[in-house]
Design a protein around this ligand. Structure first.
Ligand SMILES: Nc1ncnc2c1ncn2[C@@H]1O[C@H](COP(=O)(O)OP(=O)(O)OP(=O)(O)O)[C@@H](O)[C@H]1O
Ligand SMILES: [Mg+2]
Length: 448
């Protein structure tokens, strides 16, 4: 007998179905993204002019004052700083080096100094990421500045992160560099969206760092409309985008404290959605879909950033909701939390810490809590997940520590499963459990 011949399945390459050129796209959509610095910044003329006048002495080789740029997120601080310093560099024909440091990423004095050293002379031997004493790196920077004979402007983006970690050592070292190195000069442009950052600094550091400051006000809806119209030019055919799309993106951006990043993200995602749907035009409905997607992304990020036990408690809230399809009592959720910990091999926290974590989750908007009067038994909390439980659960179960819970279903009886010897409820916990059992919604109606 001959062996059966397998029928070869010829698979269609799914990429061949992708629309190679979206009919309304005439330029590169990625220019609406983060890393692109536009060649002009509408409605930032006064900040640009202000920065130019503060930096103009640099053209004559004289050290300008250190400057701090303040303003809420998405108000164009980073773009303006990059734009103005690149104009300055161009005007002095490369006689100034600009070193851009994102202090969220580089926050130790060592990592900042080696990044600066590298930007002064990219061809010099790299400084090892570990191992040199700090003063050796510092002297190497001084040597490189003198050897290059170029002035140096250091942009410290998210400068407030420098005081949150390492107790401000990095800032101290950088200000010392500005003072020690006069010709060629070293000068700092700090950027922050934390308005109280300067007040919290030591008085001496404050006066040296913030010699001049420039405020970036939030954009209003009409300014955002101009910005979006300017940024979309050459990317999408004018007739293929409803003006109401730009208005809606601008209005949502203005609601979000005048955030141009949010407005641009919305516009970009709306266009991508329209392309995916093979629509011949970008419409308001695409903006609404884009907004829902952005909100889900933010939710996923918030969940991902929670500490382990907050995640376990949140999973407890979701599991309780799945069991009852409604809000649950705090004691029921605590039971589920404990059972989840048991399933996953973690030691549950005390009921007081559990209560604190529920409050934290309430503050971050992930759960909604409501006090319920239990009559003579006092009060307890009714808790439910605020929104999108499926998205939250999916994100929680992507965590390596919680992954093993996938597929496990706590039975209803599990809420009051017998405790192991090591986790007997305390007397007060038992009382709360009894209260809850007595006060099931079908028995009590005195909800406040
Ligand atoms: N006036 C403007 N014209 C054109 N695009 C702008 C303008 N202002 C901001 N943008 C764009 O909006 C986005 C956010 O701007 P930017 O990163 O400069 O904000 P930021 O104030 O530094 O925000 P954060 O505090 O969150 O870092 C960028 O993509 C930038 O290109
Ligand atoms: Mg920025």
């Amino acid at each position: 007998m001959t062996a059966p011949v397998m029928n070869a399945v010829i698979m269609d390459n799914p990429f061949t179905r992708v629309n190679k050129s979206a009919p309304f796209l005439i330029g590169d959509l990625s220019t609406l993204g983060l890393s692109f610095v536009p060649e002009s910044l509408p409605h930032r003329e006064s900040q640009i002019e202000n920065m130019v006048s503060l930096l103009e002495s640099a053209v004559r080789g004289t050290k300008p004052s250190n400057i701090i740029l303040f303003g809420k997120t998405g108000t164009g601080k980073t773009s303006t700083a990059r734009h103005v310093t690149s104009l300055l560099s161009e005007a002095v024909e490369g006689k100034i080096s600009v070193s851009y440091i994102n202090c969220q990423i580089y926050d130790s004095p060592y990592s900042i100094l080696i990044t600066i050293a590298q930007s002064i002379n990219i061809r010099a031997d790299p400084i090892p990421p570990l191992g040199w004493p700090l003063d050796r790196v510092y002297n190497e920077i001084l040597r490189r500045i003198r050897e290059s004979n170029k002035d140096l402007i250091i942009i410290l983006d998210e400068i407030d992160k420098l005081t949150q970690k390492n107790g401000g050592d990095s800032l101290y070292v950088l200000l010392k560099l500005c003072e020690d190195q006069v010709n060629p000069f070293v000068s700092v442009i700090g950027i922050t969206n934390n308005n109280t950052f300067i007040q919290e600094l030591d008085a001496r550091v404050r006066s040296r760092l913030s010699q001049e400051s420039i405020v970036f006000n939030p954009y209003n809806a009409s300014e955002l409309r101009d910005i979006l119209t300017f940024r979309i030019k050459g990317v999408v055919k004018e007739e293929c985008i409803d003006p109401s799309v730009i208005n809606l993106c601008a209005a949502i951006g203005a609601q979000e404290h005048g955030d141009a990043r949010k407005a641009l993200d919305l516009l970009r995602i709306s266009i991508e959605t329209a392309i995916r749907e093979k629509s011949e035009k970008v419409r308001e409905s695409h903006v609404l879909k884009a907004r829902a997607k952005l909100e889900t992304d933010v939710l996923r990020e918030t969940v991902a950033g929670l500490p382990l036990h907050s995640k376990l408690v949140l999973l407890g809230v979701i599991v309780s909701r799945e069991m009852e399809n409604t809000q649950a009592f705090s004691g029921e959720i605590m039971e589920n939390y404990r059972n989840i910990c048991k399933e996953l091999g973690f030691t549950p926290l005390t009921s007081r810490r559990f209560g604190d974590l529920i409050s934290d989750l309430g503050e971050s908007g992930l759960v909604i809590t409501k006090m319920k009067n239990l009559g003579r038994h006092g009060r307890t909390r009714l808790i439910t997940v605020a929104d999108n439980p499926e998205v939250i659960k999916e994100r929680l179960l992507e965590d390596d520590n919680l992954r093993a819970f996938r597929g496990i279903h706590l039975g209803k009886q599990a809420r009051f499963a017998p405790y192991g010897d090591d986790s007997k409820p305390t007397a007060s916990e038992q009382e709360e459990i009894d209260d809850i059992l007595d006060a099931r919604p079908d028995r009590s109606t005195d909800e406040k």
